[in-house]
Design a protein. Structure first.
Length: 348
């Protein structure tokens, strides 16, 4: 009897445990099913919210109007009044007015023949936006000319010989010091000028330089690797020996920035004196051999668009250059005549 009771108790216990396990599994399945149901509901709800947001966004996009006009700083930059950042500061200082009202940052203007924009009270002559054309000149700067619009001492400047403009002005793309000659670019587009000059664009400038002193390979390696100047590390991207005799040697050197007197200072850091410096290339725009010192030539559409695309600007579709004429021969003759007349005038 004891044995039978013991067996019965075990059987009841096993049956109870089995029922408990079944209930537990059933409860677990139920919770899992509930979680899946909740998860599914959450996903569906999230999808509905996203869809509603997308519909709302699409409605907003459809109802939003395209901004009218062009940003004021862009208009003034193209007119040669400085870079966009510089003009933004001028606008923020309350120095710009449009049709008699003080301008604010973010203003957009639809330029027309009646639009009057003033900076510090001075009227800026503008041509309508749709007629603005980016123009670029290459100029052969002689030694002795200053890269400034006017000089209080009456010395020659690079702007003296450039053609006169109406509604815009020539902007110098960088500078060359008074004792440096060679290629200097000018444009009517301030944004183009600013981007071409900015170090982040790494636009190549190539110079032909005559140096006085003993130059060895170790020195050239240092100049390629980089040397410390007072305003930071500088280096030549390329150095190529091109001739000379004794301790007077000619090199073609390439930089990707335009710090003040950088070529001269790099050589001087090695105890070498620069006796002649000529810029011969900017990007892939080379100094034309047919161009006389003090002469200029306006670039055609292909060269202008090369420079614009080099710095991420949209291509131009119009040009002021008459491509139907053999302008190179005509320009060279006219430029030489103008240079002679200008030189005669300066000496008198």
């Amino acid at each position: 009897m004891k044995t039978f009771r013991h067996h019965t108790n075990n059987t009841n216990s096993n049956h109870t445990n089995s029922n408990s396990n079944n209930a537990s599994r059933s409860s677990t399945k139920s919770r899992t099913a509930n979680k899946r149901s909740i998860s599914s509901q959450n996903v569906q709800t999230a999808k509905k919210i996203t869809a509603a947001r997308n519909i709302k966004t699409e409605k907003n996009i459809k109802t939003e109007k395209s901004p009218v006009g062009e940003k004021l700083q862009k208009i003034l930059a193209r007119a040669g009044q400085g870079s966009r950042r510089e003009i933004e500061q001028v606008i923020a200082q309350g120095r710009v007015s449009v049709d008699g009202k003080m301008a604010t940052l973010g203003d957009r203007i639809q330029v027309s023949s009646s639009t009057k924009i003033r900076i510090d009270g001075n009227l800026i002559s503008l041509i309508p936006t749709q007629k603005a054309i980016c123009r670029v000149l290459m100029y052969y700067k002689p030694e002795g000319e200053l890269c400034t619009r006017s000089d209080p001492e009456g010395r020659s400047t690079v702007f003296d010989r450039l053609p006169r403009l109406t509604g815009s002005r020539w902007i110098s793309v960088g500078r060359l010091d008074i004792n440096t000659s060679g290629l200097l670019l000018f444009t009517t587009d301030g944004e183009l000028a600013n981007r071409l000059m900015h170090p982040s664009r790494e636009v190549e400038r190539e110079y032909s330089v005559r140096v006085f002193g003993e130059v060895d390979e170790a020195m050239l390696q240092r100049l390629r690797k980089g040397v410390q100047l007072e305003d930071g590390t500088a280096q030549f991207k390329q150095i190529k020996a091109v001739g000379g005799t004794g301790i007077n040697q000619w090199f073609d050197v390439t930089l990707t920035e335009g710090r003040n007197r950088e070529v001269r200072r790099l050589w001087e850091s090695q105890g070498i004196q620069v006796s002649r410096l000529i810029r011969i290339r900017y990007g892939n725009i080379k100094l034309e051999k047919s161009l006389p010192r003090g002469g200029w030539e306006e670039m055609g559409l292909e060269q202008v668009n090369y420079l614009r695309q080099l710095v991420g600007l949209n291509a131009e579709t119009e040009t002021k250059v008459d491509v139907s004429k053999n302008r190179r021969r005509t320009n060279t003759r006219q430029i030489k005549k103008a240079v002679k007349q200008h030189t005669k005038y300066r000496r008198s």
